[in-house]
Design a protein around this ligand. Structure first.
Ligand code: GRF
Length: 201
């Protein structure tokens, strides 16, 4: 399909952006039939912004606190998404709750990747290392990846896909995180592609 006809995606990040990289690589490999037309970061020092620049993707640093109110922030963000003709949003390590005006506007077209098997180990405060610490502290034998639709509550929307990984003897939060992350990189582009193709109805 010619590039201009591809569905457009904005990827939202707050940090390293390794999932962003996986999505970029998947568009090149033909696994993800979409154009990443914008990368939005909640932090100006997120390494993912470098990855975006390297891939010639426009970037936007968006901090809700720079606006007078949540409504003003939502209006500004929606305007920028419209400027870039964004059809889908993929959250990839984005640590902020999006204004509900944004999740409503993109209902059914906004997804997130979470590094555990929801509905367990999700919700406010359950991000990054905290997730893997909680999984290990509970003595779980497995963890995994969840990809889900996003609504106005953290980690709450419909689950689209999950993939399991074992918890291994002697795992630390870091070793478990790495194993889960490798799985995220495989699963996320494929699920986003399926969403765009209308395979989740
Ligand atoms: C990933 O583990 C993702 O599941 C979680 O935050 C982490 C982001 O990593 N939401 P990266 O920025 O994509 O490397």
């Amino acid at each position: 399909m010619p590039a201009e006809k591809r569905s457009t995606v904005a990827v939202f990040i707050s940090g390293s952006g390794s999932n962003l990289q996986a999505l970029i690589d998947a568009t090149r490999a033909g696994i993800l039939d979409a154009r990443i037309a914008l990368v939005v970061s909640s932090r100006s020092d997120a390494y993912g912004l470098e990855r975006a620049k390297k891939a010639d993707i426009p970037t936007l640093v968006f901090k809700q606190k720079d606006y007078g109110s949540v409504d003003a922030a939502a209006t500004a963000l929606l305007a920028r998404l419209r400027d870039h003709e964004i059809e889908y949003i993929a959250l990839a390590g984005y640590l902020k709750l999006l204004p509900s005006a944004v999740t409503k506007e993109y209902a059914g077209r906004i997804i997130n990747v979470h590094p555990a098997l929801l509905p367990r180990y999700g919700g406010k405060g359950m991000y990054g290392r905290h997730v893997h610490e909680a999984v290990l502290a509970s003595g779980e034998r497995e963890s995994g990846v969840t990809i889900h639709l996003v609504d106005e509550v953290y980690d709450n929307g419909r689950i689209l896909e999950q993939s399991r990984v074992p918890v291994e003897e002697g795992d630390t939060p870091e070793t478990l995180a790495q194993r889960v992350l490798r799985q995220e990189h495989k699963l996320y582009p494929r699920v986003l592609n399926k969403l765009i193709k209308g395979e989740y109805v």
